[in-house]
Ligand binder design. Sequence first.
Ligand code: FAD
Length: 326
Amino acid sequence: MPKGILVVLEQYNGELRKVSLELLSEGRRLADASGLTLTGALLGQGVKDLASVAASHGADRVIVVEDVALKDYTTGAYTSVLNRIIRQEDPEVVFIGNTGMGRDLAPRLAQRLGVGSASDCVAVTVDSTYKLIFRRPIYAGKAYAEVATEARPILATIRPNSFSISASSPDRQAEVVEETATIDANDLQAIVKEVVRQASSRPELTDANIIVSGGRAMKNAENFQLLEELADTIGAAIGASRAAVDSGYREYKYQVGQTGKTVAPTLYIACGISGAIQHLAGMGSSKVIVAINKDPEANIFTVADYGIVGDLYEIVPLLTEEFKKQ
Ligand code: FAD
């Protein structure tokens, strides 16, 4: 029986994360090309209804495991359940989003299974011998490595926004397999007591299609209001350079870069950011980069698709005004 493709589905606030839809869409394309079965693993509490969403995006089967211990992500409980599912399913490859959860989960799971993992991949191809090749950035995004592993299953975390989401087919059905959570007591050493969610109408940074990011040139926290107005006009998330975060203009969760979040939106607008290699490491694979900087020699212009040389305090309000007219 041919081995399958398993996608670890990530849900948040009652919805499948965008990256999970991307992984299902790419998984479907690979499954169609190779005759493999595409299975989603859906863990949580009260999440069963999301199986139909996974089906509409290409899953042939969805394994649903519901338990109070899985309501919020913990490394131990999720590793315990997924370790069992993966051993039982014996897939060829396991796709996990390279999100906060995925970056935490994949190494632990790989250790438990005794296999290697390819992290932060941006592309997957199949070579002439049907071997899966994973492309991942190295040296802070200056080069790419192509990785293949002999051990099975291959665990791979995939950078959000690396794959497009195929159109949903609401009539598509998947076999839904409900399983009981059997969690090793040793894996329940940490429990989540409370999750405090900050209300925000803006998209989550790593999921966002558009990001407006500010650097040291913002000068203070209040000036970020300028970027927020632009972001709200075009439905963008806000990001920041480390200099802006270290200066206290923005909280750490907004930091983009080597020691912050990795993003790959369709459009990244960098405002007053010089383009240090550590910043580029986090946003260099954005589809279209627009840079606004008053220094024509700024390094950000070497990666920008569109560069605007000028004062962001003049340019950003003009952009906002123009977008409001659309
Ligand atoms: P600057 O480099 O000071 O650039 C500010 C830019 O704003 C300049 O180009 C200037 O021309 C322009 N400017 C000034 N005024 C205006 C104006 N009015 N209008 C338009 N443009 C204007 N950095 C990150 O961002 N993310 C990371 O994750 C990260 N991790 C790091 C990890 C390590 C180990 C190290 C050593 C560094 C890391 N850094 C990171 C820091 C990085 O090296 C840079 O210091 C930082 O990215 C600079 O931020 P910046 O571009 O906002 O500031």
